[in-house]
Write a protein that binds this ligand. Structure first.
Ligand code: GLA
Length: 411
């Protein structure tokens, strides 16, 4: 009897071990590593087109991303935002809207991939997306499987209609689903900063929105009644205190760019510069097919993009404010620094700075800009001109709502 009991116990223990070793019931709730080691760059349909998305437009955008020089400048992701969805089939699998995407998502992904680009898509942790399309709640693993079959590379995952859910759990579920589907996908957490995604998002996703939606204005708040959207300056101010949470593979996301959507050129330039100082994802939100030269020049300014994409991945910080001019610093690789003077006023402002008398200490990144012990060559990143060194006093006039953006190159 004793022998029978013992062997029974052993058999149960063995089968349990086998099951555990198979790990069939252990979920991995973490993002794919080694993606987005610098802030993701690409394009997204929402800011300009809202729900008006279709495959013809997405193909044309991919074409122009190459022909405009944007791909060459680093833009990779072509992201379809809300409203691509059709219905779920009888098994619960999601399909694209057959009128808008008659060739299907796989064909679209193949087209985009053939251009050396990547395809992104959008869903929502709740029952419905913000635009009222089918959400992923309850269908997370099926949706992730479908995205993998289509060849999707990036998922923006929204937070509308999530009554009763907790954000961390919601995003961990989709992270686990993407893992299980097996195709590496950048996960963009879009819950607007409500539940402090910077506290829990680092292992779950590659970027997280820090605020509500951006609005296409430099300095305004748009009140929609039950919610507000925010101008460029308002979003910038909301980044205060968040820099320590960002780094390679895990970025603060102050929302997609409005460059080329109607602000005046100096405002667009300031917007793009500040997003680079923040090491923000650079996701263009304009109609790439209808860009003027000024817009192309801003979006493809390689010197500014290099600040955003710097390998250290240290988010910049506001150092000081004088009159209406803010001074921002961002430590870069090889001991270089980016410095950006942002004039928030509508009228022009002047600055004067003795580099040598103003040592800058970044205690978070443990770096110092000391122009006494080190001389830096100065390059103006918008005029593309060399401007002497940090031995000389800097004097400049900055037009209203514009920037002076410099790279200090360690000698
Ligand atoms: C939310 C997001 C936006 C956009 C829309 C789509 O508002 O924050 O970026 O994706 O939903 O409906």
């Amino acid at each position: 009897m004793r022998a029978i009991l013992l062997s029974l116990t052993a058999a149960i223990a063995m089968s349990f071990t086998c099951y555990a070793q198979g790990n069939n019931y252990v979920q991995n709730y973490t993002k794919f590593e080694d993606l987005a080691l610098t802030p993701p760059m690409g394009w997204n349909s929402w800011n300009k087109f809202a729900c008006n998305v279709d495959e013809k437009m997405i193909r044309e955008i991919a074409d122009v991303m190459v022909s405009s020089g944007m791909k060459e400048a680093g833009y990779t992701y072509v992201n379809i935002d809300d409203c691509w969805h059709g219905d779920r089939d009888s098994l619960g699998f999601i399909h694209p809207d057959p009128q808008r995407f008659p060739s299907g998502m796989k064909a679209l992904a193949d087209y985009v991939h053939a251009k050396g680009l990547k395809l992104g898509i959008y869903s929502d942790a709740g029952s419905q997306t913000c635009g009222g399309r089918p959400g992923s709640r309850g269908y997370e693993f099926q949706d992730a499987l479908m995205y993998a079959r289509w060849g999707i590379d990036y998922l923006k995952y929204d937070w509308c209609n999530t009554e009763g859910l907790k954000a961390e759990g919601g995003y961990k579920t989709i992270a686990a689903a993407l893992r299980k589907a097996g195709r590496p996908v950048v996960l963009s957490i879009c819950e607007w900063g409500n539940d402090k995604p910077w506290d829990w998002g680092r292992t779950v996703g590659h970027l997280w929105r820090t605020t509500g939606d951006i609005y296409n204005c430099f300095d305004c708040v748009e009140d929609h009644g039950t919610w507000k959207s925010w101008g460029v300056m308002q979003i910038l101010d909301k980044q205060e205190g968040l820099r320590e949470f960002a780094g390679p593979g895990h970025w603060n996301d102050p929302d997609m760019l409005e460059v080329g959507n109607g602000m005046v050129v100096n405002q667009d330039r300031a917007h793009f510069s500040m997003w680079a100082m923040l090491a923000a994802p650079l996701i263009a939100g304009n109609d790439l097919r209808a860009m003027n030269k000024q817009t192309v020049d801003i979006l493809t300014n390689k010197d500014v993009i290099a600040i955003d994409q710097d390998a250290l991945g240290i988010q910049g910080f506001k150092h000081s404010l004088k009159d209406s001019v803010e001074t921002w610093y961002k430590p870069l690789k090889n001991g270089d620094w980016a410095v950006c003077f942002l004039n928030r006023s509508k009228s022009s402002g002047s600055i004067e700075l003795s580099w040598q008398e103003n040592k800058v200490v970044d205690s978070f990144a443990k770096r110092e800009l000391d122009a006494v012990s080190t001389t830096y060559k100065i390059r103006n990143l918008w005029t593309k001109k060399d401007q002497g060194t940090t031995k000389k006093l800097l004097k400049a006039n900055i037009p209203g709502q514009d920037v002076l953006m410099l790279r200090l190159i360690k000698q």
